[in-house]
Design a protein around this ligand. Structure first.
Ligand code: AMP
Length: 389
């Protein structure tokens, strides 16, 4: 069964509660939005609801106000920015529940943004009474906040028990469509590229993807825990000593699916512009900070032959040239492959953008944590709670 979509709903003259992700970065003081990417990502669903005659109530969290009002984490700047993007007024509520908010409910075609859900500790506790108060504001519920779908909170799960219909918004729909496409019956060869700092963050993802993909290319610091599991020296590279046994088990279980770097870019210190050297084996006292040219060539060959590619995590310390070479080269290889490609995680997104190839990626996920849990085979609570078609 598939999840109900906003497209399946009759929105005319309905009060629609839309959970969006307006958790935007703010400059110190909390008045200025430094990136409105998340607001822009919600626009298709917002516009769709307005075009179809809804009275729209938007709700989000912002930052970690720890259950009490904090003017530095107010959503008011988002109301202003959204109004500018939509070219129509957006009313800002002083709270997200209560009589003052109920008195502000609007007519079809109008937009009300509720104040930060996390001003109330009941939001993250998924409190039933708070969930009921939120649900009382609306006729229909839509969740477009993929980035928080892995959290069972009042606005993502609890309130759904008290509404008649709960559907996925257009952004949520797109996330689910792509993540499902690449993990269930993907066009083959299907490969995954996993990088980043730690094996421990991605154990479930490695175990689950091993069942799905034909090849799993490993890069980033997590590669060195695997190389140690094979008995190789890793110098001063980042290694999770307590995960070496687990890495051995994962290698043994993988058959020939798991692919590890053949060479490395090493340095004596962790510093931008540090003198670097390409090696096949990491010498004592050296730290591997990127994959080397042989690995880039080998991984690029596998990528070129793939029909489906899942990518999460950088191949090296890509924030610090020259250790960005591996990540940038693979971003270009993924873009050139013509495969269905899904990129998740903020770092991989930055990498495809800085390589200038983001437009060639089939889908860049807006939820790092949520997409990792999905790839780890976990059913996201915010998705499981939605109505089925
Ligand atoms: P993650 O959040 O797990 O995807 O990890 C991303 C971080 O891993 C980035 O900040 C990278 O700089 C870091 N990283 C990748 N490769 C290495 C490496 N070889 N040594 C140290 N840090 C690395």
């Amino acid at each position: 069964m598939t999840t109900l979509s906003i497209r399946d709903l009759d929105l005319r003259n309905k009060r629609v509660f839309m959970r969006v992700d307006f958790n935007v970065p703010l400059a110190p003081g909390g008045k200025e939005i430094t990136s409105d990417k998340r607001i822009k990502a919600s626009l298709p669903s917002i516009q769709y609801a307005l075009d179809h005659g809804a009275a729209l109530i938007l709700a989000s969290h912002l930052g970690r106000p720890k259950g009490k009002p904090n003017p530095e984490m107010s959503l008011a700047p988002c109301a202003e920015r959204l109004a500018a993007l939509l070219g129509k007024p957006v009313a800002m509520a002083p709270d997200c529940v209560g009589p003052q908010v109920e008195a502000m409910l609007l007519k079809p075609g109008e937009v009300l943004l509720l104040e930060n859900l996390r001003y109330h500790p009941e939001e993250e506790k998924n409190d039933p009474a708070f969930s009921r108060q939120l649900a009382a504001l609306c006729d229909v519920y839509v969740n477009d906040a993929f980035g928080t779908a892995h959290r069972a909170h009042a606005s993502t799960v609890g309130m759904i028990a008290y509404v008649k219909q709960a559907a996925a918004g257009l952004l949520m729909d797109k996330e689910l469509e792509y993540l499902t496409k690449v993990t269930q019956n993907p066009e083959r060869p299907c490969i995954a590229i996993l990088g980043g700092a730690k094996v421990s963050d991605k154990i479930e993802v490695i175990q689950n993807l091993m069942k799905v993909v034909d090849r799993l290319l490993i890069g980033g610091a997590m590669a060195y825990t695997f190389l140690r599991a094979l008995g190789q020296g890793t110098g001063t590279s980042l290694v999770e000593e307590d995960k070496i046994d687990l890495a051995k088990e994962l290698i043994a279980a993988s058959g020939d699916k798991l692919v590890l770097p053949l060479d490395h870019l090493v340095a004596s210190e962790f510093k931008a512009g540090a003198e670097s050297q390409v090696v096949d084996l990491i010498p004592d006292g050296k730290m591997a900070l990127d994959i080397g040219p042989k690995t880039i060539a080998e991984y690029s060959k596998v990528i070129a032959g793939a029909r489906t590619i899942i990518w999460n995590g950088p191949m090296g310390v890509f924030e610090m040239p020259p250790f960005d070479k591996g990540t940038v080269a693979l971003a270009k290889a993924v873009a050139a492959s013509g495969a269905v490609s899904v990129v998740g995680g903020g770092d991989s997104e930055k990498a495809v953008k800085s390589a200038g190839v983001a437009y060639k990626i089939s889908h860049i996920s807006t939820g790092g944590g949520a997409s990792l849990e999905f790839l780890g085979g976990v059913e996201l609570p915010g998705v499981a709670a939605l109505s089925k078609k």
